[in-house]
Design a protein around this ligand. Sequence first.
Ligand SMILES: [Zn+2]
Length: 62
Amino acid sequence: MSLRMCARCAALTERPVLIAEVHQGTGPGFDVYACPDCAPAFPPLQDVLDLFTARRTEGEAR
Ligand SMILES: [Zn+2]
């Protein structure tokens, strides 16, 4: 188990919730975590939204 800092309240939590994956073109990306209390305040994972967009585009192509 690893300690992560919440991106919203800056509290250290032993039960981090992954809320976003930041991908950078020039280097390794990093993950953004929130504590369980703050997690519901964040929008869904960006990667999930990308999946929806890709699937919709794929559907329109057929
Ligand atoms: Zn928090």
